[in-house]
Design a protein around this ligand. Structure first.
Ligand code: NAD
Length: 367
């Protein structure tokens, strides 16, 4: 029997509530699968500031580095908002990404057919949307040097940021793009601004060259402005998208809203190849700690549960078991079960644990 060690970092607010459900679902997967999971929890974010004076304690980082994958909730909240930027709860997540060199962020935007009417787009446009946006996470405009502000002699200031990428940085995220596309519908759109930016011209050349190693994947290059338009005009055109940090930040949020609710969106951040047969990765719902509903037992656990499915697929090479989780979620939704955030007016509403119970049962039945 193979055993995988999973670091569980629920964090703050509803992170605590939804992560517990994701762990239960993983336990259900393990039953009779020939695989066992060893879960170990650690502090991160605001809770870690309160207990240890830092948002990412050394023991938490040590545990993460010694694990096959990390199941993360969310961090932050009003209690810690007054702290200086460098000591904020959210720093715990940023530091973890940096320490683990998590350079590729994967965010699926799947429009579940039974929730189409929750999308801001018309049914005829959005139905069938199933996109994976891969965002480069450690380079580009957000981290490039030089950066900063300098005073001008005649008054005022000059502000500068730099979009910079090296061939190896582009190559490794491009490979993630092609590998992911291979597990999906084998179409990859590389998004850049090569008509204006020199760095994008390098990006385009490197992605094209890497693509020669993946003859089974169809590659297209799309300008970022065209991509932003096409996402709301014809989202079904896209399968897998790979792009620079800033472009990806914006496009993944745009794609996310197609799916309707924050409570439905999982994500993965992948680093270098790990012991589990895939990449060491951090898996977390896109949403935050939702202070407005925290502690009430009404948060939607589906984003966290689908993050656990991504963990199986991308870090542990357990794709068929990830399919079981995704199928169980779809079935529960098809049967009309809803948490408050995805319920239409008058529909019966379930709490976090009751929704978790149904998904666990669905997973167990598919064993
Ligand atoms: P949020 O995602 O926490 O909440 C936005 C809205 O969506 C709220 O109305 C909330 O109730 C709702 N919502 C979110 N997740 C839900 C779920 N699972 N089920 C039902 N409803 C859900 O964003 P915010 O309010 O901007 O941020 C709150 C705190 O979370 C802040 O401190 C912020 O910094 C932090 N945050 C952390 C992360 C992270 O850890 N990755 C991400 C985003 C925000």
């Amino acid at each position: 029997m193979s055993t995988f060690k999973i670091a569980v970092l629920p964090g703050d607010g509803i992170g605590q509530e939804v992560t517990a459900e994701a762990v239960r679902v993983l336990r259900a997967v393990a039953k009779g699968s020939g695989t066992s999971f060893e879960f170990e929890s650690a502090l991160v974010g605001g809770g870690a500031i309160d207990a240890a004076g830092t948002p990412l304690p050394a023991e938490t980082l040590k545990l993460c580095k010694a694990s096959h994958a990390i199941l993360f909730g969310s961090v932050g909240g009003p209690k810690w908002d007054h702290l200086p930027q460098e000591q904020r709860a959210e720093r715990g997540l940023l530091a973890l990404r940096k320490e683990l060199d998590l350079y590729a962020n994967l965010r699926p935007a799947t429009c579940f057919s039974m929730l189409v009417d929750a999308s801001p787009l018309k049914r005829s446009v959005v139905e069938g949307t199933d996109i994976m946006v891969i965002r480069e996470l450690t380079g580009g405009l957000y981290f490039g040097e030089p950066r900063g502000r300098t005073p001008l002699a005649g008054g005022g200031e000059r502000g500068v940021n730099t979009m910079v990428y090296t061939t190896p940085e582009i190559e490794r995220v491009a490979r993630v793009g092609f590998e992911v596309a291979r597990k999906r519908r084998k179409r990859l759109a590389s998004v850049d601004k090569a008509n204006v930016l020199t760095v994008s011209q390098l990006w385009r050349e490197v992605v094209t060259r890497v693509g020669r190693d993946y003859p089974d994947v169809t590659l297209e290059h799309v300008l970022v402005d065209n991509c932003a338009m096409a996402l709301v005009h014809k989202p079904t055109h896209f399968d897998t998208i790979v792009t620079e940090n800033t472009f990806g930040d914006i496009l993944s949020d745009e794609a996310a809203i197609l799916a309707g609710s924050m409570g439905m969106l999982p994500s993965a951040s992948l680093g270098l190849a790990g012991a589990g047969g895939g990449n060491v990765g951090l898996y977390e719902p896109v949403h935050g700690t939702a202070p407005d509903i925290a502690g009430q037992g009404i948060a939607n656990p589906i984003a966290a549960v689908l993050s656990a499915a991504m963990l199986l697929r991308y870090s542990l090479n357990m794709g068929p078991h990830a399919d079981r989780i995704e199928a169980a979620v779809s079935r529960v939704l098809e049967q009309g079960h809803r948490t408050r955030d995805i319920a239409a007016k008058g529909e019966k509403v379930l709490g976090t644990t009751a929704m978790g119970d149904l998904i666990v049962r669905g997973v167990e039945e598919s064993a």
